[in-house]
Design a protein around this ligand. Sequence first.
Ligand code: MG
Length: 382
Amino acid sequence: MQRRDFFKTTALMAVSAALPACKGAVQGGASDSLEMDWRPYTGQLKYTFTIATYSRTFTPLVLVRLRWREFTGYGEASMPQYLGESTGSVTAFLARVASEVLPRFKDPFLTEAILTEVDALSERDTAAKAAVDIALHDLLGKIMGRPWWQIWGYDAANTPCTSYTIGYDDSDDVVNEKIEEASWTKVVKVKLGMGEEKDKRMINLIRAKLDTVICVDANQGWKTREEALEMIYWLAERNVSFIEQPMAKEKLDDAAWITERSPLPVIADEACQRLADIPRLKGAYDGINIKLMKCTGMREAHRMAEMARGLGMEVMLGCMTETSVAVSAAAQLSPVARWADLDGNILLSNDCFSGMILTDGKITLNDKPGIGVEPAKPFEEL
Ligand code: MG
């Protein structure tokens, strides 16, 4: 079905070759033009994923290929439903990039102009923008023959261990199965915010089997600051390293109240989407969780990491459920992250790229140029 969808997309492009909307995607062969094509892909989750607000069994993805001369870059958009993007909205956005932005650029190094124009096409569409941004960075890295961690001047030895997420489940058997699956990791991330009884049950089940560090993501689920602080104190006695988004993202005053009293670092996730959000979060949170799909890609993620560090805030890297394309792109920044939650590709049963790997849970960057990924098969056959 995915293959059929791809050919359908390609066929539509061929039919409408005369239309400017598909121009960027239909030109073939090596040329000075930036040529972009894309295909929808369904990321199948190994387990049903449940957080405070919803559950799901798959994530719609769109894989992007950007070519210039003999070089090829790969990108990806991941669209969990709560972000408000879909395969339809992403492919429509990419068609606009292909027809309205790329034809005017012959030099892929004009990153600043290209990505500013892509961002200006719409208010949101952050995952679609990230797909273009990642593909362009991969392409540039390949032209330069260097990986991005090196271009940015980071030391690949300084990467953190990634956490591995254990989602909530009502069944003890399923939770125990997930704990078993997580036995390799040094850091477990748990999704809480379901209410005191359910939250404590999850932690107790994990602590009965694992003594690894736990990170807690409340996903805005705790209702009052007093409830949140009480839970944080309870968690602090159980080897928990930090708390992500304890309350609703709009409640900045409550976040500041909690952070001031919390024995554990408090990190903004939903409250921190893009670069412009960071200054007002200083003082209300100890750090920020940067995700490519919410911040429009590697260019802005890099700026966010440097701004947070400049403000004395902690940097955490997160992801959606994604293939190794988007996970490896985010991992290029991991040498400056104190914590990383880059397990999106491991949560998938059908990752179709290879890239960043984990060595005993530690993020291990390779020396390959760009974002260091290889497709398992030719792009057209994924
Ligand atoms: Mg989170």
